[in-house]
Design a binder for this molecule. Structure first.
Ligand code: ADP
Ligand code: ZN
Ligand code: ZN
Length: 721
């Protein structure tokens, strides 16, 4: 009998080490194999050639079930394996969980159908009918397309296309390389002198494989610049990944990319069907698709020849995954690029403070765009001082705002009212006894959503009917709504300006990609006078008729709740303002505030971006906060309050950190209970270059974890709730 080879196989489960299996032959590292594990069949990855010590009992070692996926063996790229190891170490997540981010079992169960692309065969010898000519014309423009796409794009029958294939008028496209010339060279963009200058900077860092920030105001051509960079890299035959925040991955945005890159482009986001995902995954591994536009998880795709990563809106919070495997996709994109020795382009009008620091310290290079392409000015920003402002009769809205909205409509232009609060009112109180309507599972108030006739918890999603009785005194007709949500703004504007057509742009109203598309279309075509939006509106979209933005209740963001509060507020106010006047001149932004002299608002009004960033860096530096120090948050939670506080005390006492690493806490978390779990927080702070993960691991390993306790580790935390 042949001596079996031992393999350690990593499984995509919540365990930090691989398991040992045997195989009749040695398999390459990275090979995907099917194995049996605790009575389940799982797909795992050959991680190393030795058995893993933790379950090294030769008698018990099982052979793998199969190494064939469909007809072939599949191997993950070596750099992906290195990357997953790094992610696991850095974010202190089990290696198996990191692996889970890169494929799904379903990808391998059914065999993916092979995609066949057809292209025009100039060597054919048949007569061409008029209908056939339209197909050929389509393929001239698009290079190559799948049969079904040809059918849907021309409206011709399946038979007609089949006949063309039979007659050799269409032939199977061998690979995209063959179509290269046709596909990428079609840009008719002439860069402005400023853009040329910035592009040179980008090209230099492509050559030097550096990280570059395209730092430009909204509408200055950042997207055009990185698309040009992507085109250059695609021309070298390599793959390109463009990452976008999930919510900007709308059809509108994809359309721009598609018009440029035709069928070369694949989209990767949470809305995809399983079948599409699988197809794309294989297409990337086989390099059939070379340009991927994706949300944060696209970072874990099996690129075989990646040449560039772009992170658009690099400051965006949605790059941070806050559940399951907690990681920051922006940071990991930079890391993956570094490991691959390729360039990484970040793009933002309001970079993160970390990125700004890396520019100041010359670690990253910067390409600057200061002018809007259409020659329009940035909007003039001013404040409406709510301490003095005259209000409309019986209203909380200032007369000035209402006047502005009317005037904007009179010019046949569009306005946006921004308030970053979903629902009708954030706080409901019983008028009889003063008790608040709160979530049964969280330490949080319920928010009334009138459109759904429900109260919703914004932390756990719990809902209850809006006609509830007070849980304390059972009175049913005295619940008082206080505070502002966008639904209340909508109601008020409907009362004051009934002739204006409005749309509410928030996640509660636009739940499907289709409804977002429909709303965007109406806005772009100027069928809407007034947009009322949450932060969902602040990203990416181009609204040609929008010339007025009113920002309500900016004070909310000016209160310093955590170290990132000012940065976040600055970014969001800037982004929202940037929606205005992209095409038309003379746009205005008015911020309603009780603190018009606040330095943050002053930097914004006077367009002193560097002033804001420098002040922020000084604060971070003197208070020893990131990017000048490292932070890791540990959240301990349990359904049992007593066990939780005992365990946190134990952890505090077990503090075995070196002198320069501080253990702060435990404190009760600001949301002290969430989804029935009580929560306490520690914060660990260390110098910039220390191996903080090592110390944390040593500390946590020194104490036995009771079964009722959960620990969440958040490296480089963004939120402190
Ligand atoms: P940003 O990403 O900085 O907001 P975009 O790249 O989206 O800016 O550019 C704003 C608008 O100007 C887009 O419609 C874009 O197509 C157009 N644009 C920018 N630069 C050029 C150029 N050099 N030639 C033609 N159109 C351009
Ligand atoms: Zn809740
Ligand atoms: Zn009551």
């Amino acid at each position: 009998m042949k001596h079996p080879h031992l393999l350690s196989v990593l499984l995509p489960i919540n365990i930090n080490y691989p398991f040992t299996y045997s195989c009749t032959e040695a398999l390459e590292i990275g090979t995907i194999v099917k194995v049996s594990f605790r009575n389940r069949e799982l797909y795992g990855v050959v991680w190393s050639h030795e058995g893993h010590l933790t379950n090294f009992d030769k008698q018990k070692i099982k052979p793998i079930i199969t190494k064939k996926i469909g007809d072939d063996c599949l191997t993950l790229p070596a750099d992906l394996i290195g990357f997953l190891e790094w992610v696991s170490n850095y974010y202190m997540v089990p290696l198996g969980l990191a692996l889970k981010a890169s494929f799904k079992k379903q990808f391998f169960e059914k065999q993916a159908k092979k995609k066949i692309y057809y292209t025009f065969n100039p060597a054919h010898a048949s007569k061409i009918t008029q209908k056939q000519e339209t197909v050929i014309e389509l393929l001239r423009v698009n290079g190559a397309l799948e049969k079904n796409r040809i059918i849907s794009m021309t409206g011709h029958s399946n038979d007609l296309i089949r006949r063309m294939i039979r007659k050799d008028i269409l032939k199977e496209a061998v690979s995209f390389i063959e179509l290269e010339e046709k596909i990428y060279l079609e840009t008719d963009i002439d860069f402005t002198p400023e853009q040329i200058c910035a592009m040179e900077e980008v090209i230099t860092s492509l050559k030097k494989q550096k990280v570059t920030l395209i730092d430009g105001i909204t509408g200055s051509g950042k997207t055009e610049l990185y698309l040009e960079a992507a085109t250059r890299v695609l021309r070298q035959g390599k793959q390109v990944l463009i990452m976008l925040p999930e919510i900007t991955l709308t059809q509108e945005f994809i359309k721009i990319f598609r018009s440029r890159f035709k069928n070369q482009i694949g989209e990767w986001h949470s809305g995809l069907s399983e079948a599409k995902r699988r197809q794309l995954w294989f297409d990337i591994l086989n390099k059939k698709i070379r340009l991927i536009v994706g949300a944060r998880s696209s970072l874990f795709l099996p690129f075989i020849d990646l040449g560039l990563i772009v992170v658009d809106e690099e400051h965006d919070q949605s790059y941070k995954q806050e559940e399951g495997m907690i990681y920051n996709a922006r940071d990991m994109a930079i890391l993956r690029a570094k490991q691959l020795k390729i360039a990484c382009i970040l793009s933002s009008a309001t970079p993160s403070v970390e990125t700004f620091e890396n520019i100041v310290s010359k670690k990253y290079s910067r390409a600057v765009l200061k002018k809007r392409f259409y020659g329009t000015n940035l909007p003039t920003i001013s404040c409406i001082d709510m301490r003095k402002a005259k209000k409309e009769t019986d209203s909380f809205l200032p007369i000035e705002l209402i006047d502005d909205l009317k005037k904007t409509k009179d010019r046949n232009e569009q306005s946006l009212i921004f308030l970053n609060r979903r629902g009708y009112s954030p706080l409901s109180i019983c008028g009889n006894c003063g008790v608040r309507v709160d979530c049964p599972d969280c330490d949080a108030w319920l928010v009334l959503h009138k459109n759904a006739s429900k109260y919703k918890c914004h932390y756990c999603g719990h809902t209850q009917q809006s006609d509830i009785k007070c849980k304390n005194c059972h009175s049913s007709d005295k619940i008082i709504q206080t505070g502002l949500g966008i639904e209340k703004i909508d109601e008020e504007l409907n009362r004051l300006l009934p002739d204006m057509s409005r749309v509410i742009f928030s996640s509660d109203y636009l739940q499907s990609p289709d409804s977002v598309s429909r709303a965007l279309k109406k806005i772009t075509e100027n069928e809407i006078d007034l947009i009322i939006g949450t932060q969902l509106i602040s990203k990416g979209h181009n609204f040609p008729s929008l010339t007025y933005v009113g920002i309500l209740d900016a004070d909310f963001g000016l209160e310093v709740t955590d170290i990132r509060a000012s940065e976040r507020t600055y970014q969001i106010l800037n982004q929202v303002s940037g929606r205005a006047g992209r095409v038309k001149r003379d746009s205005k932004v008015k911020i309603m505030t009780h603190m018009p002299d606040h330095p943050l608002l002053q930097s914004l009004i006077n367009n002193k971006k560097h002033e804001f960033y420098n002040a922020e860096l000084t604060i971070r530096n003197t208070s020893r906060m990131p990017p000048f120090a490292r932070l890791v948050a540990i959240i301990i939670s349990s359904k049992n309050r007593k066990i939780l506080s005992e365990f946190s005390q134990k952890l505090a006492i077990a503090n075995n950190f070196p002198k320069d690493v501080e253990l702060l806490g435990p404190i009760e978390a600001p949301i002290s209970r969430m989804r029935k779990y009580y929560r306490q927080r520690f914060l660990i702070r260390g110098p910039k270059n220390c191996n903080i993960q090592f110390y944390i691991k040593r500390w946590l390993d020194s104490i036995k974890l009771p079964p009722q306790i959960r620990i969440t580790i958040d490296v480089d935390p963004q939120n402190f709730l």
